[in-house]
Design a binder for this molecule. Structure first.
Ligand code: NAP
Length: 246
């Protein structure tokens, strides 16, 4: 691998983003750790990255705010030099049945889960164009492919990401930029821990492999997609769900 490859992972203070940031550091990347509110956890992730001998920085930004996102990319390029890999991971879930859905919740989900992915993809692509290479990985969800009551908004946001991934892959392929999505099933993070226990038990019965996924398993897939070993893969949404969506 070339020296000084740089990755930016959004929402990397906890959960899947944290595991991806650490795995990328283990794979030789300097990593920018984006967070929204949890500075102490982001700092711990950065320390872990440095323990692999890589450079790390933490950068606070609301991924759903265009101004924040642009400022984040400026500071990452200033400190780490360039961006080879963007992992669009920061996301929120706010389940509600249609008639209980509040406009604020709808706006928040669309801002972070959809607009935020576009803002970051735009900002990253501006940097990657010059290098004629780059990788964008969008964290989607199997909820985009399954009909789970209460998840209409979440599913719609993740479905948008799958479509965005395929289209951007075609748009950006001539510039050496690959774009793929990962659609995890139920992965053991705070997001799933916040679900009611009876819901988790119900979902477990529907997962052929009989357990929740681990963040490290998603991180392995992200690191593969980021690597040159995945050089002929673009535009795909890869499912990692223990068979849940079968
Ligand atoms: P999580 O444990 O709830 O962690 C969310 C992360 O996103 C945190 O680092 C949080 O930062 C950050 N974040 C939230 N809002 C943000 C914003 N506006 N701007 C920047 N960062 C923000 O979530 P997770 O389970 O790891 O999920 C990560 C991604 O995987 C999401 O896109 C989610 O939809 C997707 N996913 C998760 C599962 C699952 O089962 N867990 C399944 C399918 C897909 P702070 O700590 O600073 O708040």
């Amino acid at each position: 691998m070339e020296e000084n490859k740089v990755a930016l992972v959004t929402g990397a203070s906890r959960g899947i983003g944290r595991a991806i940031a650490i795995k990328l550091a283990e794979s030789g990347y300097d990593v920018a750790v984006n967070y929204n509110s949890n500075e102490a956890e982001a700092e711990k992730v950065a320390d872990k990255i440095r323990s692999y001998g890589r450079r790390a920085m933490i950068v606070k930004a609301n991924a759903g705010d265009r101004g924040d996102v642009n400022a984040m990319f400026r500071s990452v390029v200033k400190e780490l030099g360039h961006i080879d890999v963007l992992v669009n991971n920061a996301g929120v879930v706010d389940d509600a049945f249609l008639l209980m859905l509040s406009p604020d919740s709808l706006d928040r989900s669309l801002n972070i889960n959809v607009k935020g992915y576009f803002y970051c993809a735009q900002a990253a692509t501006l940097k990657m164009f010059k290098a004629k290479k780059g990788v964008i990985i969008n964290i989607s969800s199997v909820s985009s492919m399954m009909a789970l009551p209460g998840q209409s908004v979440y599913a719609a946001t993740k479905g948008a990401i799958n479509s965005m991934t395929a289209t951007l892959a075609r748009e950006l392929a001539p510039y050496g930029i690959r774009v793929n999505a990962i659609a995890p099933g139920f992965i053991a993070t705070d997001m799933v821990a916040n679900l009611p226990e009876d819901k988790i038990q119900e979902y477990l019965t529907q997962i052929p492999l009989g357990r929740l996924g681990k963040v490290e398993e998603v991180a392995e897939l992200a690191a593969f997609l980021a690597s040159d070993e995945a050089s002929y893969i673009t535009g795909q949404t890869l499912v990692i769900d223990g068979g849940l969506s079968l």
